[in-house]
Ligand binder design. Structure first.
Ligand SMILES: Nc1nc2c(ncn2[C@@H]2O[C@H](COP(=O)(O)OP(=O)(O)OP(=O)(O)O)[C@@H](O)[C@H]2O)c(=O)[nH]1
Length: 352
């Protein structure tokens, strides 16, 4: 199965070709029967049955694809050896290349077409050697094979361009998808990405009882920093924060830019105690480092609301609670973390 096509796309291709194959072979079989060409009619009828099977086989998509192709090849071989109706049978081989490339993609398709071509050369040879059908004029088989090769090359080139164009589109859309989830200033995941992750963690909490902690952090007096040192300095401060988070949180944690000067950190597989320790590490790291831009420098402080996510609460309620605790931290003098223990329902002020 070629890499860029997804299952539903392949299912559609297989169903499309098996329907066309069935309609064509069944009507030609009926026609051959009416014209008393019983052997041809039987061969076409068997082929039609294969197409029906390929269409209805839901599970083995790859098997159906092979059935469509090898059924087509067998029929073409038969038409070449017997000449079909008055030597017109081999004309049908021109449908082989486009069908093969649509089903197999470039690499496997080219391999199959080369095998088919070898079979056809043998077919013409058998027809002549065993006097099964005498092609007239004599050059007809050679001309048919040469034009088949040209059509195959053109179809191959078309498939090559299509795959190249397709990969470019996929790469572009993956890049756009990535850009849509990253905050360009801090390079941290943005709110959209984090909301999706939260939904996953919440599911794991509910289904597998894997706890996680949220730290909602807001820079203290950021307006003043902006006013005093300028907006560029403020931007530098946000980048400094992003690096501080990445240095102090575990590898499996996610620090994200929640909006403006607010950050949300998710600590998977952690309890509130772990969360408070990480928050403290962040406070200490900020205390011991300074943001520097041009001739200005200052250290930053954060107010943080810490909660352990709960099975009973929705994600929005978790965040609302973290926000309330963040507000409490601001109220209590900033540069601290406030948490809410579900057990005692009391506020603990850990830092000072
Ligand atoms: N430089 C810069 N400033 C930003 C950015 N996003 C938000 N801000 C600024 O962040 C400041 C937030 O100010 P406030 O909401 O008053 O908060 P504060 O001054 O930190 O006060 P407290 O939260 O009470 O400590 C505003 O001045 C915003 O302009 C940004 O991307 N870059």
């Amino acid at each position: 199965m070629y890499e860029y096509s997804n299952n539903s796309e392949r299912k559609l291709i297989v169903r499309f070709f098996s329907s066309i194959g069935f309609i064509a072979t069944f009507s030609m079989s009926s026609l051959a029967f009416i014209n008393s060409s019983f052997l041809l009619s039987f061969a076409l009828f068997v082929s039609a049955c294969f197409y029906i099977w390929a269409f209805s086989s839901v599970k083995g998509l790859e098997r159906s694809a092979s059935a469509i192709l090898y059924n087509l090849y067998a029929l073409m071989f038969y038409l070449v050896v017997t000449g079909g109706v008055e030597g017109t049978g081999p004309i049908w081989i021109f449908i082989v290349s486009p069908v093969t490339y649509s089903i197999r993609g470039l690499k496997r398709g080219t391999f199959d077409i080369i095998l088919f071509l070898l079979a056809i050369i043998l077919g013409f040879h058998f027809a002549d050697r065993f006097n099964i059908y005498d092609y007239n004029p004599e050059q007809l088989p050679l001309r048919i094979m040469l034009s088949f090769i040209i059509v195959a090359l053109l179809s191959g080139y078309y498939e090559y361009s299509r795959e190249k164009y397709n990969s470019k589109i996929i790469a572009l859309s993956q890049k756009n998808e990535l850009l849509a989830t990253i905050d360009p200033l801090t390079n941290l995941p943005n709110r959209r990405f984090t909301m999706d992750k939260l939904a996953t963690f919440k599911k794991e909490l509910k289904e597998a009882n894997i706890p996680f902690v949220l730290l909602l952090a807001d820079v203290d007096n950021f307006k003043k920093i902006n006013d005093e040192f300028g907006h560029d300095f403020g931007d530098k401060a946000l980048i400094h924060l992003s690096k501080t988070f990445q240095k102090n949180i575990p590898k499996n944690a996610i620090a994200s830019r929640w909006g403006g000067e607010e950050f949300l950190i998710i600590l998977p597989d952690s309890n509130l105690e772990n969360g408070m320790q990480i928050a403290e590490k962040i406070h200490n790291s900020l205390k011991n480092s300074e943001v520097q831009h041009l001739e200005n420098s200052t250290s930053l402080t954060l107010s943080i609301g810490a909660i352990s996510a709960s099975v009973e609460r929705s994600i929005d309620s978790d965040i609302k609670l973290a926000d309330e605790l963040l507000y409490k931290a601001k109220e209590q003098g900033k540069n601290r973390t406030c948490s809410y223990t579900n057990l005692h329902k009391s506020l603990i002020n850990l830092t000072n």
